[in-house]
Ligand binder design. Structure first.
Ligand SMILES: [Zn+2]
Ligand SMILES: [Zn+2]
Length: 270
């Protein structure tokens, strides 16, 4: 319930910000709006199922079966704020490296491509994910929770932070974060990541925190605001969610595309 109320507030805030400071002209009934409505139901459902089963299961497993001599359930008796900060840092670190791998390995990019397919990128595009990508993500990055003994309340805090930052970083708003850009992923970073260019897609991999992009040399902020989004594939079945699920499994072209350069070598910060 808390999550639903939080998401409602986030949606109101995001929609009013887009009306006040739009970065790019876009119709209210933009391309893919109805499809994204289905994605939000599917992905919130998956989040609830995963948080209440897999993540909680990992945490309980860690708390119950970890031998006392192993300092693994270190967060078990710590205050909620500290648990939230640690879990945010840890999971964002995992997310950062997984996201880089998705843009490096073709099979994983095929699942991630759905997220990149929005042509009229806005706050609501943040919900568009191939369900299989989300299942795989959570199975991998929620595993470390086993070892640190994080509470269910901290997981809820993380889910709210995640929804708020994702809506903000995708939002169609012209807003620069100033010095906060070194900490939080904002539209000035993440909207570039959604451009259909290697330059855009090989930078700004952060989820909530931008610190790992700055540490590992993949942060990139431009003077101008991007004007084109999507995957540049005319065959992408916009408007049909079932075809989009299947699209990820189309055969690879006989001639493999040239491997993308390592992000760290193609980026420059500023
Ligand atoms: Zn990406
Ligand atoms: Zn995104």
């Amino acid at each position: 319930m808390t999550m639903i109320v939080a998401y409602f507030c986030i949606a109101l805030l995001a929609m009013s910000s887009e009306l006040l400071w739009p970065a790019r002209k876009k119709a209210f009934f933009r391309r893919g709006l109805i499809t994204d409505g289905f994605y939000v139901v599917i992905n919130i459902g998956l989040r609830i199922v995963f948080t209440s089963t897999v993540a909680v299961g990992f945490v309980r497993f860690g708390s119950e079966y970890a031998p006392d001599w192993l300092p693994i359930a270190v967060l078990r008796d710590q205050p909620l704020w500290l648990q939230t900060v640690v879990v945010l840092l840890l999971l964002d670190f995992f997310f950062y490296w997984m996201h880089r791998a998705k843009h490096r390995w073709n099979w994983w990019y095929r699942l991630h491509e759905t997220h990149h397919s929005s042509q009229d990128l806005d706050w609501f595009s943040s919900v568009r994910f191939h369900p299989l990508e989300k299942i795989l993500d959570r199975a991998i990055y929620l595993f470390p929770l086993t070892f640190i003994g994080v509470s269910e309340e901290a997981l809820l805090n993380l889910a709210i932070i995640d929804a708020a930052v994702a809506s903000f970083s995708h939002a169609n708003i012209k807003l620069r974060l100033g010095p906060l850009k070194y900490l939080i992923v904002g539209p000035e970073m993440h909207r570039w990541h959604h451009t259909p260019t290697a330059d855009g897609q090989l930078s700004n991999f952060g989820n909530n925190l931008s610190i790992f992009d700055w540490i590992f040399g993949t942060a990139k902020i431009r003077e101008e605001w991007p004007d084109a989004f999507g995957i540049g594939e005319a065959s992408f079945p916009e408007g049909n969610i079932l075809k989009q699920f299947v699209y990820a499994f189309r055969p690879f072209p006989e001639e493999a595309p040239e491997a993308l350069a390592d992000p760290a070598q193609t980026s420059s910060s500023g």
